[in-house]
Every structure is written in C-alpha cells, then in structure tokens.
Design a protein around this ligand. Structure first.
Ligand SMILES: Nc1nc2c(ncn2[C@@H]2O[C@H](COP(=O)(O)OP(=O)(O)OP(=O)(O)O)[C@@H](O)[C@H]2O)c(=O)[nH]1
Ligand SMILES: [Mg+2]
Length: 370
C-alpha cells in the first residue's frame, strides 16, 4: 500500500470513529500517525522540487496579503505602498510575489502581494505551494475578500491550515524532554481534558519511547499533535472586505451575515475600497495593532527627541536590551543605564536597566560610558 492510500485510510477511519472518552486514545494515535505520514509524503514529493519564492524579508515586519484572483490585492498594494503591482481585469495578473513597503507610524512594513490562491493549492496545484511558503514566513496574514465572495474565506483559511499555518491562536503549552529510560511520564495541569493514555499514545506514534511531558491548558488532540510537530507556524490575521464601493447600504447586513457564517465577527472585519482608497487608514491601524508594533522615540544627546523616525520594536521583543540590539553600534557595549519617559515609566526620566519593558511612544535616552 502506498503512502497516499495509507493516508486516505487513516482519514476515513478517523472520520468514521465517533469521538468519546472510550475512543479518545485510539483517535489520538490515528491522528498522530496521519500527521507523520503526511509529513513523509510531503518530504518525498518536495525532494528536488521547487523551493518556492525567495522573497527577502526587509523592514520592521512582513505582511502576506492573500486572496482569490481579482479580489483587488494588487490594487490594494498599490494604494498602500510604494510598489507598482500590475492591476488587471482578468484573473491571474500577478504571476509572482510583489513586495511593497508600507510606511506607517514611522515603521517600514513589508507587504507581499501573492498570486491568487485557488482550490487545491495546498496539494501543489496552481503554484499554491510557493504562495504558501511565502505566507509561512510572514508576521501577519491579511485576508482580502470581495464583498460578494465572502465564502472564499473558508477555502483560504483551510489552505493555510493544511500548510501548517495556525491563525489567531498561540502554540500549545507543551514541553517534552527525552529521557534514557522510564517510559513516557505525563504531568498535566487540572484544565487538561485529554486522558494520559491519549497523550502517551500520541507521543509513542511520534517515536518517543522515554520522555517527560508536561501539558497545560485545554488542548484538543489536533493541538497536541501540532505541539509535537515543530513545523507549525502561528500567525495573527486580519480580514479586509474589499470593493465596498459596489454595495448599497441595504446589502450590508447580507455581507455581515455571510461573514458570521464563515466564523468572522463583522465588527472585526475592515471594509475598504482599494480602488477609491477608502477605509485604508482603519486597515493600516489594524495591521499595526495585529503586528504588535511599538514606537520608541530616541532622545539623542544634543539633538533632542526624534519623533519622526522612531525605533520600531515588537511586543515580546520590547526591552531596553532589544532596543540596544536594534540600534546597533557601540551603545550595547557601553551601556550604563537608560532613562525612560512615557507609558512604561513610573515617572519622567525614570532610570532603568536592560530588562525594562518599553511601551508604545516611550521616549528613551541611553546613557553610555565614554
Ligand atoms: N469597484 C472596485 N473594483 C476594484 C476594487 N479593487 C480592485 N478592483 C478591481 O478589481 C479588478 C482586479 O483587481 P486586482 O488588483 O488586479 O486583483 P488581484 O487580487 O491582484 O488579482 P490577481 O493578481 O489576478 O490575483 C481590477 O479591475 C480592479 O480595478 C475596489 O475597491 N472596488
Ligand atoms: Mg494581482
């Protein structure tokens, strides 16, 4: 039996097994097996194959713009950035990835307009695989939908899921350390619903014989498998609904209903018209928030505070130490302390060390040895 058939059989068995406490461990093993076999198949088929697009990441963050053909990706990219992406009235105008740079709040945000994702892209049809490899390296996914084709969201997010992109969720809280002996020992917090047998079974299928595993939080089997496979990418996403200029006010509730049907809260979606350049400020603002970018205004000796070109950091990489690294040069070595004024400071000119966490719109002065 070939790998493809084995995968099909496993899928069928999973689909035909009702999920309950008695079958949980069994389903866990099946899902773990399935994940391993899919990985194997992929490695076989990609051997010697194309490596996908090589788009160099530049700027403070990278955004992948995904959407079906003709939804207006190129039009949006041209409206937001300095790029000149080809805009056409026929499908598949964009054959390659077009990068553009969006300048916002003093940050350089790289935006990648990727060719239309079509059905079956995850299986390598229609050049979708290359597109997806680009998406995996981004910091944020922006879905672009047309007001009349909201249901495309389902297809797009499915493609991303198959390609191991997990949207708007954090990695499962799981730690595994291999041991020389003792079998698999599970420690779980009170909120873990999965049985110990299920967790042990899933780990065995992934080749673990002796290991200590700690699980926290209410995980599903799929999330557990994700946690063990180390090639899942976790990204935030934003939904933009384009061509809003084409609908009447009366039609808006229909669009909102369609959004709810695909699991998107209409209040979270940004309505825009790329062509008329409407709603773009709201979209930029959302992109900024979703990326977790923060501005640090540097107070330079003798030159005052630079409000025009802030140092841009990201949440999670926002300590004084991170700022020193990004500033580069000799400051890092000669650092004595810093003074911070603004949202993160207890008072103006607070003296802080490397560990201090900065916040958006802080003013930072680095005091260095001569
Ligand atoms: N009415 C209206 N038309 C738009 C809007 N945005 C884009 N269009 C039109 O939609 C068509 C397709 O736009 P593109 O920007 O080429 O679409 P795309 O998503 O880049 O398409 P591919 O490159 O083929 O994947 C063009 O005729 C645009 O002028 C909009 O906000 N409103
Ligand atoms: Mg295009």
């Amino acid at each position: 039996m070939g790998l493809e058939e084995e995968i099909e059989d496993l899928r069928e068995e999973i689909a035909n097994t009702p999920y309950n406490k008695a079958t949980e461990a069994h389903i866990g093993r099946l899902k773990a097996k399935l994940a391993e076999k899919k990985e194997k198949l992929e490695n076989q088929s990609s051997a010697g194959g194309g490596q996908g697009y090589a788009v160099e990441k530049t700027g403070d963050a990278t955004v992948a713009l995904v959407g079906f053909p003709s939804v207006g990706k190129s039009t949006l990219l041209n409206a937001l950035t300095n790029a000149e992406s080809e805009v056409g009235e026929y499908e598949f105008t964009t054959l390659d990835v077009n990068p553009g740079m969006l300048q916002y709040n003093g940050a350089n945000i790289q935006m990648l307009d990727v060719p239309g994702l079509i059905e079956g892209a995850a299986d390598g049809r229609g050049g979708g695989k290359e597109v997806l490899s680009v998406v995996r390296t981004a910091d944020l996914v922006v879905f672009l939908l047309s007001v009349f084709e909201i249901q495309q969201y389902e297809r797009l997010s499915e493609e991303l899921y198959y390609n191991k992109v997990r949207l708007d969720t954090s990695p499962p809280n799981l730690s595994i350390s291999k041991k020389g002996r003792g079998g698999i020992r599970v420690t779980k917090s009170d909120d873990v619903e999965l049985d110990e047998d299920t967790i042990t079974g899933v780990l065995r299928e992934h080749g673990y014989v002796n290991a200590d595993v700690t699980v926290r939080g209410d995980l599903s089997i799929d999330e557990l498998v994700d946690g063990i496979m180390d090639n899942r990418v976790y990204l935030p996403s934003v939904v933009a609904v384009n061509k809003a200029d084409l609908i009447d006010h009366d039609y808006l509730p229909t669009v909102e209903e369609n959004l709810r049907e695909v699991g998107v809260d209409p209040d979270d979606a940004i309505f825009i018209s790329a062509e008329d350049e409407k709603g773009l400020e709201a979209l930029k603002d959302r992109i900024w928030d979703a990326l977790g970018l923060i501005r640090i205004y540097m107070d330079k000796p003798g030159r005052g505070v630079d409000y025009d070109e802030p140092l841009v950091l990201r949440e999670g990489e926002n300590t004084v130490d991170d700022a020193l690294h990004k500033l580069g040069g000799m400051l890092d070595e000669r650092f004595r302390f810093a003074r911070v004024t603004g949202p993160s400071a207890k008072h103006d000119e607070q003296q802080v060390g490397r560990d201090h966490e900065l916040q958006d719109e802080d003013v930072l002065r680095v005091v260095a040895r001569k």
